[in-house]
Ligand binder design. Structure first.
Ligand SMILES: Cc1ncc(COP(=O)(O)O)c(C=O)c1O
Length: 370
């Protein structure tokens, strides 16, 4: 099976954000060096740059989610030492052009594969374009927390990570058992598990925090990114599970779920799939849906607790540039989870909720459609 696991060198971390942080450390850049990051992002892609004492500088995106290299002027490019590029939604794309652009300028490429763990990106396995590549395992596997720093090209010396304490190890184990019980994989021992969950909750109880002074937008964002465990080692339970969990079902079920979403949004007024079917070998992370008037729809979905996200919290200071779809996607694109454990009924529920929250089509549009 092609994909991230084909990369020659790999080290487990606690998360995708920790892997990005560790990738930046591998580059040994001078303090406050500039790092190119996309305008369309989850804040956890930017926080590691700041944690590594580096300076994020933004680039825009083309319609297919690749870096729009025309949005980076020569002076900016000259001052940058690294670039973080993501395969959004699991639509892995060839990074041949970006790789060449980086090589010509001596810029290190970090390939963020948080959304695509399997398959190829053009004619290379995902992750093989970057000097370093990063993955977020919790998005694809039932592990309590884990990411990977990998490279097809460079040795990765053992990361100097501090070992997690016993409390964290036990909490991780309890998380896995709880998740399994939710999915009814432990029929007959549920009362024993309830005891474990109580133990887990009591481990999580923390002292009340003293009143803090008001924080800046950046401090708030950083706090929400929860970067506390980026320098810690992975949990024992995550490492153990990753060596035994099956991969094939994950890919097949995600593609099926993607196709189910696609069927609902084939001819809908006010919403359309952002892209058609994913690359042949990919296991999509989400189904990206463009919605013309997204605010009401997204609010309704969140209120119903449905598995849908929008990256509408972008890092303070992210610029608006001509020829960049990033700000449009942050507003209009809903990410509908394709997770393997979602059933056909779950997908139906989400689709029905979206369809009923879309504003009614004007009569002229309905008669034109007929
Ligand atoms: C594209 C992308 N990169 C990196 C991350 C960070 O991954 P993690 O949540 O495992 O830290 C995320 C998280 O949502 C992401 O969507």
């Amino acid at each position: 099976m092609s994909g991230f696991e084909n990369l020659r060198h790999a080290e487990l971390t606690t998360s995708g954000r920790a892997a990005i942080y560790q990738a930046l450390l591998q580059l040994h850049l001078p303090v406050q060096s500039s790092v190119l990051v996309p305008t369309y992002h989850c804040p956890t892609m930017i926080a590691p740059v700041l944690m590594a004492n580096l300076n994020p500088v933004y680039f825009g995106l083309t319609d297919d989610g690749l870096p729009n290299l025309a949005t980076i002027d020569a002076v900016t490019a000259d001052g940058c030492k690294a670039m973080i590029v993501s395969h959004y939604f699991g639509f892995s794309r060839s990074l041949a052009e970006v790789r060449q652009w980086c090589d010509q300028r001596g810029i290190a490429l970090i390939e963020d594969c948080a959304h695509c763990y399997f398959g190829n990106a053009g004619n290379r396995p995902v992750g093989a374009w970057g000097d370093f590549a990063t993955a977020s395992l919790t998005k694809f596997f039932p592990v309590p927390e884990a990411g990977v720093l990998a490279s097809a090209h460079h040795d990765i010396p053992p990361l100097r990570l501090s070992p997690p304490g016993l409390k964290a190890q036990l909490r991780g184990l309890a998380d896995v058992l709880e998740l399994s019980a939710e999915h009814k994989r432990f029929a007959g021992i549920n009362s024993a598990l309830r005891l474990l969950f109580w133990l887990k909750r009591s481990l999580r109880r923390t002292e009340p925090k003293a009143e803090a002074p008001p924080a800046s937008a950046t401090e708030n964002m950083m706090q929400d990114c929860d970067m506390a465990r980026i320098a810690q080692g992975p949990l024992w339970v995550s490492s153990a599970l990753m060596s035994v969990l099956p991969r094939g079902r994950v890919m097949a079920r995600r593609r099926e779920n993607f196709a189910l979403y696609a069927r609902h949004f084939d001819h809908v007024l006010g919403a359309r799939p952002l892209f058609s079917s994913p690359p042949e070998s990919a296991a999509p992370y989400v189904f990206p849906l463009w919605v013309d008037e997204p605010d009401q729809v997204y609010l309704a979905l969140r209120e119903q607790g449905l598995p849908v996200f929008r990256w509408d919290r972008i890092w303070p200071g992210t610029p608006h540039r001509d020829g960049d779809v990033g700000p449009l996607w942050s507003h209009h694109v809903l990410q509908l989870l394709c997770h393997q454990d979602l059933t056909e009924a779950d997908i139906e529920r989400t689709c029905r909720a979206i369809l009923s929250a879309l504003p009614p089509a004007p009569a002229s549009a309905i008669s034109a459609a007929h």
